[in-house]
Design a protein around this ligand. Structure first.
Ligand code: AMP
Ligand code: MG
Length: 489
């Protein structure tokens, strides 16, 4: 058993906690609160390897306790950071890491990476919360993070999930879990909003300088105001990110400004969903009754959030116009990025006039009959060297599909055909559908974590046809549409 007297565990990691050097206006030193009788739920071996962890980490009892928050890691400097933010369109004031504890930054072959334990206990920012995360949402975050990464979509990563029998009260009593998250930085738009709202201009500048120096050095190399360049660079990354979300049918669910990464990463997986049947107005968050974060609103919400970031950075800029100018490119970068991605999904090798209309016509066909997003595109990819029948069979209105398919095939012919392999790499076979997560969660609750791992392995190779995974690539069962995911996590 580990006690307070147990010396810190050493995984051979080299720590250098540059965020902690910012000073205590930015965080409160906060140790994790231990959980009883932890066990492994999921472990991402490839990520562990990329981070330079010892190969036997998943067999190491001390590592299990360290990643549950029960045993300090030598060299780490646990803290909870303070941020604020806009939630559902309203200023929410101070929020902060209410249950995520920042361990520090490690040197890895992939560059410096920060580690966080999500669900590791109360912090000064826990407000009404208990500082915990439940097994259900932790498995979802673990799988989604790694699935997104494998799809090539920028995201925070997840090294492992550990579980504990400790009860956690949500709508029902569930059990606790901890996700070890990994990212070059966990700084959010909300960190900037926090210091702007409190008129802490020195801290605001310190934070912006920190982000520029460590993550956007090019902003200082260009002529002009570096903070305006930062805003423009974040906007460009966010445009790319949201275009990638749209192109895989991903709904984030809670695009509050405190859930927006300054690095343009997908962050804070809560009630997210990879859509099954395509509905542009789909709302994945049961708590979002107004549909503020519906799928088709995501691009505009991202801009709204960038506007808040711009507002926060204003004290560092010459005038308001400078901020508006920095935001302006989003309005062209997003649609361009989206069309590039959608064009790739349709096998188009370059963007031509009329492509946006061709894409939109297909999306309307999908929407009209709520055809499965992932399967429709995947079958379209397979059709270029085979028959159109499997994709055609997804539609009730075959005439409408045939008319569209004729247009599409003319377009492909004009470019000399389509590259099936390239199309398959733009159209995943397997995404983390809600019901797949749900099935793995049910098994895990009964103590069998093998489905979490099977699903993880499939999600790590989302473009491949692998044997034994047909059930993961199939149309969802009827009960999938009844799953309700709320903010409760
Ligand atoms: P979210 O909607 O999950 O991004 O969380 C919004 C805010 O609530 C953040 O400041 C979180 O740290 C905090 N929060 C969410 N759940 C909990 C919890 N169970 N305990 C403490 N804080 C929480
Ligand atoms: Mg959050």
């Amino acid at each position: 058993m580990f006690t307070a007297a147990t010396p810190p565990h050493d995984l051979g990691l080299t720590w250098r906690n540059r965020f902690a050097d910012l000073g205590e206006s930015f965080f409160s030193p906060t140790p994790p609160t231990p959980l009883p009788a932890p066990h492994w739920v999921g472990f991402q071996h490839t990520l562990a390897q990329d981070l330079g962890l010892p190969p036997d980490t998943h067999l190491n009892d001390a590592a299990l306790h360290a990643f549950t928050g029960n045993l300090p890691l030598a060299g780490s400097q646990p803290l909870a950071s303070v941020y604020s933010g806009h939630q559902f369109g309203h200023w929410a004031g101070q929020l902060g890491d209410g249950r995520a504890i920042w361990l520090g930054e490690i040197d890895t072959p992939a560059g410096p990476m920060e580690l966080q334990l999500k669900g590791a206990g109360l912090t000064p920012y826990s407000r009404m919360g208990d500082g915990r995360a439940v097994l259900r949402s932790s498995i979802r975050e673990f799988l989604a993070s790694e699935a997104m990464h494998a799809l090539g979509i920028p995201t925070t990563r997840a090294l492992c999930v550990t579980g504990s029998p400790a009860p956690v009260r949500r709508e029902t009593v569930e059990t606790a879990a901890v996700v070890t998250r990994v990212a070059p930085s966990f700084i959010r738009f909300g960190h900037f909003e926090h210091f702007a709202a409190n008129n802490q201009v020195d801290e605001l500048r310190q934070l912006a300088d920190f982000v520029i120096d460590h993550h956007y050095p090019e902003c200082r190399q260009r002529e002009g105001n570096p903070y305006a360049h930062l805003l423009e660079a974040v906007s460009a990354r966010t445009a790319e990110l949201v275009a990638q979300w749209q192109a895989v049918g991903f709904c984030h669910g809670v695009m509050n400004t405190d859930n927006m990464s300054i690095l343009g990463l997908t962050i804070d997986y809560g009630p997210f969903q990879f859509m099954d049947g395509f509905n542009p107005a789909h709302i994945c968050n049961h708590s979002d009754s107004g549909g503020r974060y519906a799928y088709h609103r995501q691009p505009n919400i991202a801009y709204w959030n960038l506007f808040c970031l711009g507002q926060a950075l204003l004290p560092l800029m010459d005038d308001q116009q400078q901020a508006l100018d920095a935001l302006e490119p989003y309005k062209t970068l997003f649609p361009e990025a989206l069309q590039r991605r959608m064009g790739a999904k349709l096998g188009l090798s370059s963007v031509q006039p009329g492509d946006a209309e061709l894409t939109e016509a297909f999306m309307q066909l999908l929407a009209r009959e709520r055809v499965d997003f992932t399967i429709a595109f995947r079958r379209l990819a397979d059709s270029v060297s085979d028959s159109l029948t499997p994709v055609r069979d997804l539609f009730i209105d075959r005439d409408a599909f045939d008319a569209w398919a004729a247009r599409w095939q003319d377009r492909l012919q004009a470019q000399g055909g389509a590259d099936r392999e390239a199309m398959r790499r733009a159209n995943p076979r397997i995404v983390l559908r809600n019901h797949l997560g749900e099935l793995a969660i049910r098994r895990s609750r009964e103590g069998d974590h093998s489905e979490v791992d099977r699903l993880l392995q499939a999600l790590l190779a989302p473009f491949d046809d692998r044997p034994g995974e047909d059930d993961l690539a199939a149309l969802p069962p009827d009960w999938a549409s009844q799953i309700e995911i709320s903010c409760s996590s």
